[in-house]
Design a protein around this ligand. Structure first.
Ligand SMILES: *Cc1c(COP(=O)(O)O)cnc(C)c1O
Length: 369
């Protein structure tokens, strides 16, 4: 029997330990300005500067960011949008919301992100846009994807909800495609204390359109100039908290990456597929391994006091609410969804907790030896 408290898959109190948010919250309370004020304006400027992108428009959450990006690009009912299928139906929700049709393609065996060759084949569908997900914090093969899209004149939306700060050759995720979406849900690498999201782009027309769409489609007060608008605003308190946390992001990503590196080293000898990169292009939003006997593995972890989860068990193209006629091969996706397991990996995770995870995994693979 393990008498100690289990290692949680995520702990908000460990991630946010040592950060006193009261100053930030009180600043907003004292200002009595709750929506679209100085904090939001400053956060947008600071986040744009961090990414090195021209425009940042904050919104209420990451899902709205995806949907408003599709609307800003002009994706309409009946249009096709190419995307992957191995996350939580996020991109698919947005595609369905605008009445468009998802075209699902497979992922790379190594990175579990969009396979550029599959994309090349799917361009015959004449899509209006492509949604690329930088899954688990891993930057996709984005240069190849953008080059295929560009030569066909198709817009690329980056879903960066799990990859704040991931970069390749100094260029950050969210600056490769035409427009990019972020979520600040509390478990994300940059997490608020509630919901939040942002859209970033270098394209002033797209930025201007999403700024209108997030407020009823207004161009100036009460003048509805763009159809498809709604209310999607980040509030001042969340913006003030995000401004406090943004300077910590790189350090926190480094902590996540270090834990991932320790795991990768410790698990080397085992029959376990580990994240393919632990470099700057990976910010370890989730540490996901793949194993054939997932149930047995998770049962052993649970008995050893280590929490785990599955991100994600059902691919979008097999979700019952939206039956699709699948055209393209999805074998890597289907295989991944039946073998992935997420292990605890977040800033503030203590050395002894990391050791307990390593020990639980090790005893599983060394059983009967
Ligand atoms: C969390 C997440 C979203 C949705 O963000 P919300 O803020 O929860 O709406 C979209 N895409 C990915 C990849 C995510 O992980």
């Amino acid at each position: 029997m393990n008498e100690t408290t289990p290692v949680p898959l995520f702990s908000a109190s460990q991630v946010n330990a040592g950060q006193d948010f009261k100053g930030a919250v009180c600043r907003v309370l004292d200002s009595h300005w709750y929506i679209m004020g100085e904090e939001v304006k400053r956060f947008e400027a600071e986040f744009a500067a961090y990414l090195n992108v021209e425009h940042c428009v904050s919104v209420a959450n990451g899902s709205d960011a995806l949907e408003l990006s599709l609307r800003a690009i002009g994706v309409k009912s009946g249009d096709k949008v190419v995307t992957v299928s191995n996350a939580g139906f996020y991109g698919s929700t947005a595609i369905r919301a605008v009445g468009a049709e998802p075209v699902y393609i497979d992922i790379c065996e190594k990175s579990l992100t969009m396979d550029p060759e599959a994309l090349r084949a799917a361009m015959v569908e004449n899509p209006k846009a492509i949604i690329v997900t930088h899954l688990y914090g891993q930057l996709a093969d984005i240069d190849a994807i953008v080059s295929i899209a560009k030569s066909a004149g198709v817009a690329v939306i980056e879903d960066c909800a799990q990859s704040h700060g991931a970069q390749r050759n100094g260029k950050k995720c969210g600056t490769y495609g035409d427009i990019a979406c972020f979520s600040f849900y509390p478990t994300k690498n940059l997490g608020a204390l509630g919901d939040g999201g942002a859209i970033v782009t270098d394209n002033i027309e797209l930025a201007s359109r999403v700024s209108k769409l997030k407020q009823y489609g207004w161009e100036g007060k009460y003048n509805v100039a763009v159809p498809g608008g709604r209310n999607s605003r980040l509030d001042e308190i969340q913006a003030a908290i995000l401004r406090m946390k943004l300077p910590e992001l790189d350090g926190q990503n480094e902590q996540r990456r270090r834990i991932a590196q320790r795991y990768n080293t410790a698990f080397k000898a085992f029959d376990l597929q580990v994240p393919s990169s632990v470099d700057d292009d990976f910010v370890a939003h989730l540490y996901v391994v793949r194993t054939s006997d997932r149930e047995g593995f998770r049962k052993h972890l649970a008995e050893s006091g280590v929490h785990s989860d599955i991100h994600y068990p059902i691919p979008d193209h097999l979700q019952s609410a939206y039956p699709v006629t699948q055209v393209y091969d999805m074998s890597v996706t289907v295989q991944a969804c039946s073998t992935v397991v997420s292990l605890p990996c977040y800033p503030g995770l203590k050395d002894d907790q990391v050791e307990r995870v390593i020990s639980a995994v090790s005893t599983y693979f060394q059983r009967g030896k």
